[in-house]
Design a protein around this ligand. Structure first.
Ligand SMILES: C[S@@+](CC[C@H](N)C(=O)[O-])C[C@H]1O[C@@H](n2cnc3c(N)ncnc32)[C@H](O)[C@@H]1O
Length: 235
């Protein structure tokens, strides 16, 4: 399976972000052969094992055969998802970025990953179209964002708008999100939608219990070793 995310362990990063934020409704646009979708679906499966009712789901979109520059096939990726035992967690849809938008209501998305051979224009369009669908506290991840990534040959050859310029100038991103760029290739922008400081948000994030009860969970050394060894896997 090919993916530009393998070299610098972006699979691990996506997994860690999901383990911390514990999303339910996840969206990926740009599946290709399925690397990041499988990482996300697997993480949802792991998160679902810790609780009773779950309802965690990744809605994964790609144009597949309709995209002329790659040769990933819908049925191959669907089969791969099945082999990984993730059919209950990943709903694969052959649909484009902007059509997909209509499938989600306001504030319904907890975690979204966009990797469609991104350019500055993609970032602008995604923020314009999808911002209202992402809930406060939700995560929006973009492939790219480093000024170095803007210099890759195809971006220059086709005179594409720079992602870094869009990130630095986009008003919605600057006012409604807190974002961070990671530079190792292919680079990634992690955007977290800002939250309100009000009673409802306080309760939603479960802060009540940290006022009264202990603020620390506790593990023994064997459990810590278990956590460390899980992180030694490549994804
Ligand atoms: C860089 S690959 C995705 C890589 C994948 N996330 C991974 O983990 O390896 C980009 C994918 O975006 C898809 N794509 C391009 N434009 C799209 C669009 N407008 N809507 C949906 N998918 C698109 C292409 O078909 C291609 O498979």
């Amino acid at each position: 399976m090919k993916s530009s995310y393998i070299l610098h362990n972006y699979g691990n990063l996506i997994q860690s972000l999901m383990k911390v934020t514990q999303p339910k409704c996840c969206v990926e646009v740009g599946v290709f052969e399925g690397f990041s979708a499988i990482v996300m679906g697997h993480t949802l499966k792991v998160l679902s094992q810790d609780e009773k009712g779950n309802g965690r789901q990744l809605f994964a979109y790609d144009l597949f055969e309709l995209y002329p520059y790659t040769n990933a096939k819908y049925t191959d990726v669907k089969q791969r998802i099945k082999r990984f035992g993730l059919s209950d967690f990943i709903e694969l849809r052959q649909r484009g970025l902007f059509e997909a938008e209509n499938d989600f209501g306001q504030n319904s998305i907890d975690f979204m990953h966009v990797d469609v051979s991104n350019t500055g224009e993609t970032i602008k369009n995604v923020i314009d179209g999808w911002d209202k669908k992402i809930r406060p506290g939700g995560i929006l991840l973009f492939e790219g964002g480093s000024p170095l990534r803007d210099e890759v040959s195809w971006m220059k050859r086709y005179n594409k708008d720079k992602i870094s310029s869009e990130i630095n100038s986009n008003i919605t991103l600057k006012t409604k999100y807190t974002s961070l760029v990671l530079h190792p290739y292919p680079s990634m922008v992690i955007c977290c939608k800002n939250i309100q400081f009000d009673q409802q948000t306080w309760e939603e994030f479960g802060y009540n219990r940290f006022n009264s009860a202990s603020r620390h969970a506790e593990i023994d050394e064997a459990e810590l070793i278990c956590i460390l060894s899980q992180n030694e896997n490549k994804t």
